[in-house]
Design a protein around this ligand. Structure first.
Ligand SMILES: [Ca+2]
Ligand SMILES: [Ca+2]
Length: 403
């Protein structure tokens, strides 16, 4: 019974002694308050030989961040205090707490002199029976992701480190366009469009210069029973060394690969190559494509593209609409004697409403960046005439007979 009453007295003392001003958090439960029984009679005074307190040394490492206005506050039940900065990421404080007592311990890391939370640590903490003990928290035990004032998915700490405003969702201020126009993507569509479903498939058109000039394509295809093989298309102008398009098709376990190239020569020289892989995972299809090309004559144009997207089959078609992923395009030119590079990065998570577009334009004396959202992607931008047929694809072919 005596032990129980002592404990009650200790807690009451702590509740009455919260220390907010910081540096000294020593508590003394032996304040001389008498233990009182339920009928109001004074009983025995605490035995000074019995130890009721534990001096706890809290030693805390916080996530790395530099500011003149950092604070670290600790609460344990009703008790609270500030911690003292020791150096680097290290903070500490000593608190005299009642022993054998369990309370919710909460430690919060602030910037702006308490104005903004950067991270927090919370767990039940029970003092032991020793005269002194040490409680340590390391930086990686701090929850920083729960503190995201503008709810943009980047926590306050990372926004402050990056120099963005943790209270404003910068994305919500970006303009929205209807269509982001692209070109020279989904190239395998072109090659696959010449293949029926039959396997093996052999075709060897005799080149008829007249019909090729009329726009007819001469196709040579040799696709085996497995779906592996090669396809070549000759289009106007008809000389194979002037205008060739060829690709190799490979069937892998859950995917179809195309790699190929095409060229075109007149007063400019074109070379384009690509690899493309469409894979199936249940109903989902994904496309990984890498392309690069050049168009060299009086001026030089070079481009590199990457596609890493997922999509779902459009009902009644053999194509997939892109639902999420990342597309990049880097385009360099010295047209008009002015060298420049434009880099587009287009991303969308499956939960996003729009594509996020980041456009960086660099020339000798300028670097400019534009960020905006696009409701749709359109692949109908034609930079050069030879792209027609090959690149005008809003959707990627995904209903391969082998998948
Ligand atoms: Ca944020
Ligand atoms: Ca922000």
């Amino acid at each position: 019974m005596k032990h129980y009453l002592l404990l009650v007295a200790s807690i009451v003392t702590v509740i009455g002694c919260s220390s907010d001003n910081g540096n000294s958090a020593l508590l003394d439960s032996d304040t001389g308050a008498n233990d009182v029984t339920s009928n109001g009679a004074t009983t025995d005074v605490p035995d000074p030989m019995v130890q009721n307190n534990t001096d706890v040394s809290f030693e805390i490492s916080v996530p790395a961040y530099q500011s003149e206005e950092l604070q670290l506050r600790l609460g344990w039940g009703e008790f609270s205090t500030s911690l003292n900065w020791i150096g680097d990421e290290f903070w500490s404080v000593e608190a005299r707490l009642p022993n054998n007592t369990k309370r919710l311990l909460s430690i919060v890391f602030f910037d702006e002199n308490g104005g903004i939370e950067l991270g927090s640590f919370e767990q039940q903490y029970e003092t032991g029976i020793n005269a002194a003990e040490v409680f340590q928290v390391t930086a990686d035990q701090f929850d920083t992701d729960s503190w995201d004032f503008d709810k943009d998915g980047v926590n306050n700490l990372n926004e402050l480190i990056a120099g963005t405003n943790p209270r404003v969702d910068e994305d919500s201020l970006l303009p929205i366009i209807d269509n982001q126009r692209m070109s020279l993507l989904f190239i395998a569509n072109y090659y696959e469009s010449f293949l029926p479903n039959e396997r093996p498939y052999l075709r060897d058109d005799e080149i008829d210069y007249e019909t090729v000039l009329d726009g007819t394509k001469n196709i040579t295809a040799d696709i085996d029973a497995n779906g592996d093989g090669r396809l070549t298309a000759i289009v106007e102008p008809f000389r194979p060394d002037q205008n060739f398009r060829s690709g190799n098709r490979s069937v892998l376990e859950n995917s179809i690969q195309w790699d190929g190239s095409w060229g075109f020569q007149d007063d400019f020289n074109l070379n384009q190559s690509f690899t493309s892989e469409v894979s199936a995972d249940g109903d989902m299809r994904s496309l990984v494509e890498v392309g690069s090309g050049s168009w060299v004559g009086t001026y030089t144009h070079r481009w590199d593209t990457t596609v890493n997207v997922t999509g779902q089959l459009i009902e009644g078609s053999s194509f997939c609409e892109v639902a999420s992923g990342t597309i990049t395009e880097s385009y360099s030119t010295n047209d008009q004697s002015r060298a420049s590079t434009t880099t587009l990065t287009i991303t969308r998570a499956s939960v996003d409403d729009f594509w996020r577009v980041s456009k960086v334009y660099e020339s000798d004396d300028t670097v400019s960046t534009q960020d905006y959202f696009a409701r749709e992607l359109s692949m109908h931008m034609i930079l050069f005439g030879y792209q027609k047929q090959v690149s005008e694809n809003d959707y990627f072919f995904c209903n391969y007979v082998e998948l």
